[in-house]
Design a protein around this ligand. Sequence first.
Ligand code: E4P
Length: 217
Amino acid sequence: MKFFVDTAEIDQIRELNDLGMVDGVTTNPSLIAKSGRDIFEVTAEICALVQGPVSAEVVSLGADDMIAEGRKLAAIAPNIAVKVPLTWDGLRACKVLSDEGRMVNVTLCFSANQAILAAKAGATFISPFIGRLDDINIDGLQLIADIRQIYDNYGYETQILAASIRTANHMSECAKIGADVATAPASVIKAMASHVLTDKGLAGFMADIAKAGIRIL
Ligand code: E4P
């Protein structure tokens, strides 16, 4: 499973990228606003830092404007994936932009039916939002499993990009289901390294190291 980091904060991307943990980046208008930076400036910086796809989202609601914005965003760098919302206009924009050979990430997906439409419109990525479904007591991981089954049934090439990930558990469950990509905040990716028994075991080793005066350097 590929890891995308879900942020527009350069320092967070750089830290994980240096460890080989970043296969791509996703941003959205809320993350760009949170960064306080100009969308073109920060997106160009991310694209220069990371080799894989960098999702940059359109801000209009009509298909024609989304297409124009998508072309402008795609001109930032060859690794831009234009992000469009899963609306009828977004699907129209997806079809045009993907026919032009651009990567398109269809976002705000909350149902299997929406995911089928995105695949038929030529999406490179479909972004089902796990956490926001969990928030309303609908099983977000089940949606990932349903889309996996449907895409495999028909050989759709659209990659499942599990989004709105809130916990380290979401990451391993997505990997078990077979999501192609999971995008998560840097804090969630770092939390994957934590285990209470690792902490407990290390504390025991450190106590014995101190008692025995073991030194290597
Ligand atoms: C990524 O593409 C999505 O925009 C993001 O994962 C949404 O996450 P949130 O539901 O935590 O805002």
